[in-house]
Design a protein around this ligand. Structure first.
Ligand SMILES: Nc1ncnc2c1ncn2[C@@H]1O[C@H](COP(=O)(O)OP(=O)(O)O)[C@@H](O)[C@H]1O
Ligand SMILES: [Mg+2]
Length: 224
């Protein structure tokens, strides 16, 4: 479902090469895997490679039964749309769309009818306690509400693999726990969530923690 083999990423800057990720091989089990490590340890680099936003310098990424690292940008974005969901650090809602339109947006890209899109988005908004906000523009919502909208949007196509980069980063601890609880509810069965976080409380709610330092995978802590 989600696996890396000898995955490495270098960035060239001027005369120097930054080894952002070094020889990482891992088969992600189902459930929630938290990624922790100091700033600059390669967490975002790893997530971008797993999700197919970026291509490795060496090694392989396998997602939903396909090797994706050597595919074209178009093929990778197609796999992203149909097999994975991504929750960004800054949430990246479309500010001029209202809440329900933001949630439904991936279904628009996938070619679903308006009726189906709105019905599904409304169900999700309701389960996230945001039905009363459906017609509000994204820019008019609170930080916690915007974050729940971003999660609902990432879940609407029912992806088997979900990626989140510091999804609770700008929230207070209570909102952070609510967000993790929502993510937990949507990570049942065979689903996988890979969660980058610097928050030890949030990481404790996951099934395992992978620790990185200077681009290297240091150790795994099993929690469940
Ligand atoms: N696009 C880029 N160009 C050059 N260097 C980068 C780029 N992205 C990340 N890096 C470098 O790679 C290393 C890992 O960065 P990153 O994955 O963002 O770390 P983290 O998310 O753990 O804070 C850092 O040294 C960072 O400066
Ligand atoms: Mg980062």
């Amino acid at each position: 479902m989600l696996q890396t083999k000898h995955l490495s990423k270098d960035f060239i800057q001027g005369d120097s090469t930054i080894h952002a990720l070094i020889d990482f091989s891992f088969d992600f089990p189902k459930g929630i895997t938290a990624i922790m490590g100091p700033s600059g340890s390669g967490k975002t680099t790893l997530l971008n490679l797993l999700a197919g936003f970026d291509q490795p310098s060496q090694g392989e990424v396998h997602l939903a039964g396909k090797r994706i690292d050597n595919l074209s940008e178009d093929a990778r974005s197609d796999i992203r749309l149909h097999h994975s969901g991504f929750i960004f650090q800054n949430w990246s809602l479309l500010p001029t769309l209202n809440a329900i339109e933001n949630v439904a947006f991936p279904m628009l890209l996938a070619g679903a009818s308006k009726e189906k899109r709105l019905a599904k988005a409304e169900t999700l908004l309701e389960s996230f306690g945001l039905k009363h906000r459906a017609k509000h523009k994204a820019s008019q919502l609170s930080g916690g509400e915007q974050q729940r909208i971003a999660i609902a949007r990432a879940l609407i196509l029912e992806p088997q693999v979900l990626f989140a980069d510091e999804p609770t980063g700008n929230l207070d601890s209570v909102s952070g726990e609510i967000v993790l609880e929502l993510l937990r509810q949507h990570t049942q069965d065979e689903r996988r969530l890979v969660l980058v976080t610097h928050d030890a409380e949030v990481a404790k709610m996951s099934d395992r923690i992978l620790y990185f330092r200077d681009g290297k995978f240091e150790k795994i802590e099993e929690l469940k």
